[in-house]
Design a protein around this ligand. Structure first.
Ligand SMILES: *Cc1c(COP(=O)(O)O)cnc(C)c1O
Length: 387
C-alpha cells in the first residue's frame, strides 16, 4: 500500500465490538493472564503492552502511520515536538561530542542548543542555512550530528537535503532533520539520506490546533536508543492526543494540498504589491533556492513570508487591521494565521540580532489555512491598504 493509504488503513487490532474507528485506550497499565506472560513482556520477549509510559495501542497506531509516511524503519512518539527534539540529542550525544546545526531553527530548539546541551559537555556550532558551501569546513573531529530544518522559519530558506545527506555520509555523521514545516506528505528527508526525522505533531499533523505531540523516526538501532531514553525519562505521548493525531493523519495529504494551493495563491497575488518589498515562497520562481525546493518538495508548503516597506510600524498596522486571520503564536491550523516576528516572537532581540537571522522589521509570516482563498486574500489585501 502507498504511504498515504497506510496513514488511513493502519489500525490497532479490533476489539470484540468490531468498531470501524479505533477506540481510545485510556489506560495507564495493561494486565497479564499469568506470571509467565508478565515475565516474557518484561524480558522483551513479547510485544505485549506493559505501561503507557513505554507503549500504548493509540500511540503505537500513530507511530506506525508516521513510520510509513516518512519511509522510516521505526519511531517513537512523544508528548511534544520539543521532547522529540531533546530526546534525539540526549539519547545519541554524549560529553565531548560536537553538534553542527543550521542557524535558522525553532526558538526553543536554539535555547536547548545554547543553554542546556553545553551543560552536559556537548559542543554546538552553527552554519548558514542559505550557504551550504560553508558546512564541510565547520565539521570537527568530534562532530557527531548535523541538525537542520527545511524550509526554515520564518525566512523560508531551503536546505539541499541531498547535499546534507551526502555530507553526513562522507563524514560518518548522523543527519537529523526537523521536518515539521514540510510534513512527510510533502518531503521525506530519509529518502535523501537522513538518519533521523523529528516532528512537532502540534502543527500540520494535528492541523486543527487542538493537541500537542511529537515523534522521532529513523533507523531501528537509533530509535531503540531514543526509546530507552524516553522510557526512563517519561516524555510519553498521551493516548488521547495519539488518538486525535492518528485520526488527523488520515486527512494529512488532502489537507496539505489545499494548504499549499492557498499559500501559492497568496504568494502569487501579493508578489509585486506596492506595499511589499519582497515576497518569499519556495515554489515561486523568484525564490533563491527554487530549483532545490522543486527537487525535494512535492509542493511549496503552507507558509508565506513577505516584507512590508513600512517596517515595524506597518507590521503592527497590518496585524491590527486583519478581520479574519488569527493573531496567535502557532501555525499549521485550518485557520489562517498572521505573525509579525519583529514585534512579537523576536522582539527581545536587537535589530542587528534579528538581521543575523533574516528577520527584517517589516517581516510578516502567513500560515495559510483551509478557508476559501477568496476570503483569505480579501482580508490580507484590505489590511495591506491600511499599512
Ligand atoms: C513548534 C515547533 C517545534 C516544537 O514543537 P512543540 O510541539 O511546540 O513542542 C519544533 N520545531 C518546529 C519547526 C516547530 O515549528
Amino acid at each position: 500500500m502507498k504511504p498515504v493509504t497506510q496513514a488511513i488503513r493502519i489500525q490497532t487490532e479490533r476489539t470484540n465490538e468490531m468498531e470501524h474507528s479505533t477506540p481510545l485506550f485510556l489506560t495507564s497499565s495493561f494486565c497479564f493472564d499469568n506470571a509467565e506472560e508478565m515475565r516474557a513482556a518484561f524480558a522483551d520477549e513479547s510485544n505485549d503492552n506493559i505501561y503507557s509510559r513505554f507503549s500504548n495501542p493509540n500511540v503505537q497506531e500513530f507511530t506506525d502511520k508516521m513510520v510509513a509516511l516518512e519511509g522510516a524503519e521505526a519511531g517513537y512518539a512523544t508528548a511534544t515536538g520539543m521532547s522529540a527534539v531533546f530526546a534525539s540529542f540526549m539519547a545519541l550525544l554524549k560529553k565531548g561530542d560536537h553538534l553542527l546545526a543550521c542557524n535558522s531553527l525553532f526558538g526553543s530548539t536554539i535555547t536547548v542548543l545554547n543553554k542546556y546541551l553545553p551543560n552536559f559537555g556537548i559542543e554546538v556550532s552553527y552554519v548558514s542555512a542559505a550557504d551550504t558551501a560553508s558546512w564541510e569546513a565547520a565539521i570537527k573531529p568530534n562532530t557527531k550530528m548535523i541538525y537542520l530544518e527545511t524550509p526554515t522559519n520564518p525566512g523560508l530558506d531551503i536546505i539541499d537535503l541531498a547535499f546534507a545527506g551526502a555530507l553526513a555520509k562522507k563524514h560518518h555523521l548522523l543527519l537529523n532533520v526537523d521536518n515539521c514545516f514540510a510534513t512527510p506528505v510533502n518531503q521525506r528527508p530519509i529518502d535523501f539520506g537522513a538518519d533521523l526525522v523529528v516532528h512537532s505533531a502540534t502543527k500540520w499533523i494535528d492541523g486543527q490546533g487542538r493537541v500537542l505531540g511529537g515523534v522521532v523516526l529513523g533507523k531501528k538501532e537509533l530509535i531503540h536508543q531514543i526509546y530507552l531514553f524516553c522510557r526512563s525519562t517519561g516524555p510519553a505521548l498521551s493516548p488521547f492526543n495519539a488518538w486525535i493525531l492518528s485520526k488527523s493523519l488520515e486527512t494529512l495529504d488532502v489537507r496539505m494540498e489545499r494548504h499549499a494551493a492557498n499559500a501559492l495563491q497568496i504568494a502569487k497575488t501579493l508578489e509585486g504589491h506596492e506595499k511589499i518589498s519582497w515576497m518569499k515562497y519556495p515554489f515561486l520562481p523568484s525564490h533563491p533556492q527554487h530549483a532545490i525546493a522543486v527537487q525535494q518538495m512535492k509542493n511549496g508548503g503552507a507558509l508565506v513570508s513577505f516584507d512590508l516597506k513600512g517596517g515595524v510600524e506597518s507590521g503592527r498596522k497590518f496585524l491590527n487591521h486583519l478581520k479574519m486571520l488569527s493573531l496567535t503564536a502557532n501555525l499549521g491550523d485550518t485557520r489562517s494565521i498572521a505573525s509579525h516576528p519583529a514585534s512579537t516572537t523576536h522582539a527581545k532581540l536587537t535589530e542587528a540580532e534579528r538581521a543575523a537571522v533574516n528577520i527584517t522589521p517589516g517581516l510578516i509570516r502567513i500560515s495559510a489555512g483551509l478557508e476559501h482563498i477568496d476570503d483569505i486574500l480579501a482580508d490580507i489585501l484590505q489590511a495591506l491598504e491600511q499599512c
